[in-house]
Design a protein around this ligand. Structure first.
Ligand SMILES: [Zn+2]
Ligand SMILES: [Zn+2]
Length: 317
């Protein structure tokens, strides 16, 4: 995976990068700028972890693409070339967009873009009527989403009262305030208002399944994480779905270590899951960017339990 260092260039100063790219008299200044960022980048030990990174790059033209939470382009790199793949049919004259980040609930991501990039996202997902990442339970079994005219159930069309909305907000605040590692407990609370597909629960459970203290990670993957991730695909890019499939593959391998009798079963299941993740990423034009998939394809025989220690959990959030 190539991590472009444009996090520190184009996002902060598209204008600057454009000027430099167009003006060859300023090549030297540009090289200085890149060097400066590179030095800065080296400081960050996580990013230098060889399992996360195999190169540095600045892609000037590509950096000019604006963000959309529902982008129309996926990208990957081969050597020093970046390839863009259309994720949908793009009519002539339509702006090409990429995603700068991973899903979060609408108020949070709007704040994030404002603070970090200085723009207000008006993509279809941010300006559309619903925020699919904030989902609450309706007594009819349907899903309630915040909408401009109120919090509304998409099955029975019930509109929530002010009091109910306050309860939703309180519950969200409560899970945010909880100690990170204990957030999964919110999922097991039968009285919770958050729907299974609420992003906060989903993130908490993704964390939980990789903890040693989680007694049944495989069950949580199969019954909860994979179906919800699949459901989320309609609202966003599918990178999270692919990442969950990879995470499941890793969990299977770990499990086979404790249950040697199930080694063959787990190995085959893991292979299947990694392959699905890889295929899914390919369909998004980013096959090679999958961490576990790339490991599987290129680097290690991960199915050998002794290589497991080389794994670094790939957390996409
Ligand atoms: Zn947006
Ligand atoms: Zn309802």
């Amino acid at each position: 995976m190539v991590r472009s260092i444009y996090d520190n260039t184009a996002f902060c100063s598209v204008k600057f990068a454009t000027e430099l790219a167009q003006n060859h008299q300023r090549d030297e200044e540009f090289s200085e700028h890149v060097k400066f960022i590179y030095e800065d980048f080296k400081e960050d030990k996580t990013l230098l972890n060889p399992y996360f990174i195999d190169g540095y790059a600045v892609f000037i033209a590509c950096s000019l693409a604006n963000h959309s939470c529902k982008e129309n382009i996926g990208w990957h790199t081969v050597g020093d070339v970046m390839y863009w793949t259309a994720l949908v049919d793009i009519p002539k004259g339509t702006e090409i967009t990429i995603s700068y980040t991973f899903p979060s609930i609408r108020p949070k991501r709007i704040q994030y873009f404002q603070d970090n990039y200085g723009f207000i996202c008006d993509c279809p997902l941010c300006s559309g009527p619903i925020d699919p990442w904030r989902a609450f339970k309706c007594s009819c079994g349907g899903i309630i989403y915040p909408e401009p005219e109120g919090y509304k159930c998409h099955s029975c069309e019930y509109i929530c009262t002010e009091e109910e909305i306050n309860q939703f907000n309180e519950e969200e605040d409560f899970i945010i305030d909880m100690e990170k590692l204990k957030r999964h407990k919110a999922y097991y609370n039968p009285l919770r208002k958050m729907h299974d597909t609420h992003l906060f629960l989903f993130k908490a459970m993704r964390k939980y399944v990789s903890l040693k203290s989680c007694p049944n990670p495989l069950e949580i993957f199969e019954q909860y994480l994979i179906p919800v991730a699949k459901y989320q695909v309609q609202f966003s890019h599918g990178r999270v779905f692919a990442a969950v499939l990879e995470q499941y593959g890793v969990a299977l391998i770990k499990y086979s270590k404790i249950m040697p009798d199930l080694y063959e079963y787990c190995k085959n299941k893991a292979l299947e899951s990694f392959q699905m993740a890889y295929d899914y990423r390919c369909s998004l034009g980013m096959g090679r960017t999958g961490y576990a998939a790339a490991v599987l394809q290129e680097h290690l025989d991960i199915l050998d339990p002794k290589n497991l220690n080389n794994f670094v959990e790939y957390d996409e959030y």
